[in-house]
Write a new protein. Structure first.
Ligand code: STX
Length: 319
């Protein structure tokens, strides 16, 4: 269901296969899966997926003109095809930043465009703050700065006021005496020794996120939570990052916008984004004089929503 008369297939580029894939060892423990698609001599763009723990998807290539772009995708530590799967050791924000640099060096790229939504926007910006000279432009969606206030809004109380029906099973999965702190309660279960406890918690955690990601919930999207192999990595890795405050000080991104303020930035943000409310995009835009903010009036959080997809394709066409 959508307000738009166009379909997602009409606004995105056609499906393409990668022209190269591989695995890059980044530590004694972790190996990162990567894929390149489009034009090997095209303008390089690194695609940074969400979660953390969501993994990159073939559909993400479709936001780029394959003649123009050399599209580089990878799965962050512990998810997608990266190994070891769902592993939380040596899995932190600055390690992911150094993995992105390892990929850049591997592909002999001097500078590239950085494309990311949701947690992908968080990591894109932290990468840019750490290595500003490597970023030609940012194309960001569903801005998430992972502050305590944003985590509280989505995982404790806030989005619950708009989606009380979807919130109920997520909330009731946790016994009463732990309900005042849902992230720690889920963390305990997602890291339990008992695989059934882990899987049951992963399913509720993931369902909550999938049910709230779109203005018009999509049953196909909800099925992601039924895929427990996906859900276990997604929920465990997300919860691990969040309980650790993404391993940086609260407000890190807004405190460091000075280092990225010259980088051309396009922000695409759904007005009715319940996972990452538009306030964060607004605050970021105010701090980045070289940014353009597109608030999409008829969309939520997901890049799979037609009006969001359309705005993202316009941005990559113009970049
Ligand atoms: N997490 C937001 C996020 O980055 C708080 C995200 N939510 N769903 C996703 O990512 C996937 C599309 C990767 C499943």
């Amino acid at each position: 269901m959508s307000l738009s008369s166009e379909t997602i297939d009409e606004v995105l580029y056609p499906k393409i296969e990668p022209y190269a894939t591989g695995m890059l060892p980044v530590s004694d423990r972790h190996t990162i899966a990567w894929e390149c698609a489009g034009n090997p001599d095209g303008t390089p763009v690194i695609v940074i997926h969400g979660g953390p723990g969501g993994g990159s998807q073939p559909s993400y290539r479709r936001y780029f003109d394959p003649q123009k772009w050399n599209i580089i995708q990878f799965d962050q530590r512990g998810c997608g095809k990266s190994t070891p799967y769902a592993d939380l050791e040596e899995n932190d924000t600055m390690s992911l930043v150094s993995d992105i640099e390892a990929l850049r060096l591997h592909f002999k790229v001097e500078t590239w465009h950085v494309f990311g939504g949701s947690w992908g926007s968080t990591l894109s910006m932290i990468y840019g703050i750490t290595h500003p000279e490597r970023v030609r432009s940012f194309i960001l969606r569903g801005i998430f700065m992972c502050r305590k206030s944003e985590l509280h809004w989505f995982y404790q109380e806030g989005a619950s006021h708009v989606f009380p029906d979807a919130f109920e099973p997520y909330f009731n999965h946790i016994p009463k005496d732990e309900q005042s702190a849902l992230i720690p309660a889920y963390y305990k279960r997602l890291t339990s020794e008992d695989v059934e406890i882990r899987r049951a918690a992963a399913k509720e955690w993931t369902r909550w996120e999938m049910a709230t990601s779109r203005l018009f919930p999509d049953p196909e999207y909800l099925d992601k939570a039924e895929d427990l192999d996906f859900a276990v990595a997604f929920a465990r890795i997300e919860c691990h990052y969040f309980i650790n405050g993404i391993f940086v000080e609260d407000g890190f991104i807004l405190n460091h916008t000075k280092s990225i303020e010259k980088i051309p930035t396009v922000i695409v943000q759904g007005r009715y984004d319940m996972v990452c409310p538009v306030k964060s995009a607004w605050e970021l835009h105010k701090r980045l004089p070289n940014s353009t903010l597109h608030i999409i009036p008829d969309a939520g959080h997901s890049m799979g929503e037609v009006p969001i997809a359309k705005a993202l394709v316009e941005a990559t066409d113009l970049a």
